[in-house]
Design a protein around this ligand. Sequence first.
Ligand code: MEV
Length: 284
Amino acid sequence: MIASAPGKIILFGEHAVVYSRHALVSAINLRCRVEVKKSDGFRIISPLGVTTLDFKVHPYVSYSIKRFCELKEIKGAEIRIESDIPIASGLGSSSAVTVATIKAMNEEFNIGLSEEDVFEMARKVEIDVQGRGSGIDPFISTFGGSWIFPKRKKVDLCLDLFVLKLWERSTKEMVEKVALLRQKYGEIVERIFDAIDCITLRASECRIEEFDELIKMNQSLLRALGVSSQQIDELVARLEKEGFIVKITGAGGGGCLYGVFTGKKPQGSFLVRTNAEGVKIEDS
Ligand code: MEV
């Protein structure tokens, strides 16, 4: 059985959403495909290597199977993964592989999980691996479209965005970094989250002509949270001189920058379209 799930782009609100503020998120037209076949024993085949259950090389897939086996004991499965989504870049590759694995396992072993069950299981897997998380990534990979999260308000947001990939980094480390800042400067950091929340709610009215200003403000606040870096700040400033307004999307510290595409894009960037379909079964 083959299932595919989309990557995502957080337009506004990353990090603040971990502390119950809103984020505006959309599924993008890059997908991860996972094929599951019943087998004796477990084998995971991906661009990262071929392993059995391996919580270091394939943490998200291995925890997905572990969680799945709590529902139904199975002898094994061969799991084959291919993905268009760059890994460790803030575009939701981990959640896409998790959600697609659970969906394909569900179909192959005929368990009857609903989309809501798939989301709940993927959310547990995110916590298993990262220790902390808002659930926004598994949510959007499961349901697709564009949403204000965690309110679950659907928005109509069909946009072309340019994305500039920087270097890989760990979401877990960036989320921990913000948690430490919050421990030290509780009141200040809560106000930064509140300001990000206001930006997200304003953006959710979908007046696209305001996006560049809101992107600038959100980027400054991410910098205040310590998830930008000197190199990123310099790049943001250089792009601004060239006429491109960008912000980090996802956990930061590297990952990706995005901006609204209006006919030209920065050198080295690629285009994505928002509002993609959520997890689905593919014809084999
Ligand atoms: C990661 O895609 C987004 C963060 O806000 C973490 C989370 O919400 O779980 C940084």
